[in-house]
Design a binder for this molecule. Structure first.
Ligand SMILES: [Zn+2]
Length: 89
């Protein structure tokens, strides 16, 4: 392997330890819930999910799980306001 490629691999390892360098703009995932599979979409700060709870509340366990997983890789406007009752859930 050439030294150029070795350098890129080493740098990729450092980058992977600094997720704050990355910002997701949009993505779609298939999310296996407890009872069925849902489609979760994120697009420029806006979430959507095909579950019934999201349809009425605009937030759900699936979108909140994605927020926890991606953390610093999502901009602040992507994070749902947490109600006190939900903070301990
Ligand atoms: Zn959902």
């Amino acid at each position: 392997m050439d030294s150029g490629m070795i350098g890129k691999i080493q740098k990729s390892k450092l980058y992977a330890e600094e997720p704050e360098r990355i910002r997701f703009d949009r993505f779609q995932v298939s999310f296996q819930g407890t009872n069925s599979r849902h489609r979760v979409v994120y697009d420029e700060g806006h979430w959507s999910c095909t579950c019934n709870f999201f349809a009425t509340r605009g937030v759900c366990s699936h979108t909140m799980a994605m927020e926890r997983l991606l953390g610093v890789m999502l901009p602040p406007e992507a994070m749902a306001p947490v109600e006190p009752a939900q903070a301990w859930a």
